[in-house]
Design a protein around this ligand. Structure first.
Ligand SMILES: C[S@@+](CC[C@H](N)C(=O)[O-])C[C@H]1O[C@@H](n2cnc3c(N)ncnc32)[C@H](O)[C@@H]1O
Length: 279
């Protein structure tokens, strides 16, 4: 599979500006980011990349910081080596231990998740994933049917399965994520998860008790009417992948016509995760 690697270099950029830029890049399809000195690398599927879209994003930051970029086509990068170098085990809320296959098991934790992320997003280290996992940890998901939309590695579906969810549907439009979901479900002995490759059009026409969607503001706004169609009355949605202002209000507004109301939200750095419920 071919990817475009874009190397971004900055003269002076604040951390919050870099987070904002990454969120905008995620909106146009970049899905993996890696820190380097004075910048970062961003990766995008070859067929999704558009230099015009990238320039439009950078134009939004005109005058805020100095940035240059170089895009190159890549194939056959050793993703395993990259993530093995960077993946440290992670503990969420003292109960959930996320590790790779090459880390030692820690059976003292109630929930252990083994993840082989490769190019897929979702090791738990990103603030949005952490907050989504905290919501799942704090919720009774036993016997619930759950949709994990934009599943990445399917880490959220896997945690819900370990907590007793009865059926999981994990969807991602990126084929690498779809394959990673299947692989990670097998690594964790999960046999009640269906993985599907696609966008909102592939969401099965069944009713879910809960929807997990850590994507980004624009995709969530676009997909909320579809979520509303497949969420049971009394069901919950946990969203993440956006900022408090103005994103959270925009999401509240988009949910309102469907009787999906805001319950609460969490914040780590600039990132927000929010809990909504359908009446
Ligand atoms: C921020 S990652 C979240 C991954 C994982 N759920 C987590 O919490 O760590 C967002 C994921 O959504 C996927 N995605 C983006 N737009 C999508 C769309 N329109 N339909 C389905 N998946 C999408 C991306 O490929 C990416 O894997």
């Amino acid at each position: 599979m071919k990817y475009i690697q874009v190397t971004f270099s900055f003269k002076a950029i604040e951390e919050y500006q870099q987070d904002l830029l990454i969120a905008e890049l995620a909106d146009i399809g970049f899905n993996t980011f890696e820190d380097i000195e004075n910048g970062f690398l961003a990766f995008i599927d070859f067929n999704t990349y558009s230099e015009e879209n990238l320039k439009n994003v950078l134009d939004q930051f005109e005058g805020e910081f100095d940035c240059s970029f170089v895009a190159s086509e890549i194939e056959g990068k050793n993703w395993n080596e990259e993530w093995e170098k960077n993946f440290e085990p992670l503990i969420i809320d003292d109960q959930c231990y996320v590790r790779a296959t090459f880390h030692e098991a820690q059976p003292q934790y109630k929930y252990e998740i083994i993840i082989d992320p490769k190019m897929a997003f979702g090791t738990g280290h990103h603030q949005t994933t952490t907050m989504m996992m905290q919501y799942i940890m704090a919720t009774d998901v036993k016997d619930k049917e759950i949709l994990d939309m934009g599943c990445g590695t399917a880490i959220l579906a896997i945690l819900a399965a370990k907590k007793g969810a009865s059926k999981l549907v994990a969807i991602d439009y990126d084929e690498v994520c779809y394959l990673s979901s299947l692989e990670n479900a097998a690594l964790n002995g999960i046999d009640n998860m269906e993985a599907i490759c696609g966008g909102k059009e592939v969401i099965p026409a069944v009713e879910f008790d809960m929807i997990l969607a850590n994507i980004n503001r624009n995709i969530l706004l676009d997909q909320i009417p579809t979520y509303a169609n497949v969420l049971k009355a009394g069901g919950s949605i946990f969203f993440s992948g956006f900022y408090e202002s103005p994103d959270l209000d925009m999401i509240k507004e988009a949910c309102e016509p469907f009787g999906i109301r805001y319950v609460d939200h969490k914040k780590i750095g600039e990132w927000v995760a929010a809990n909504f419920k359908k009446d």
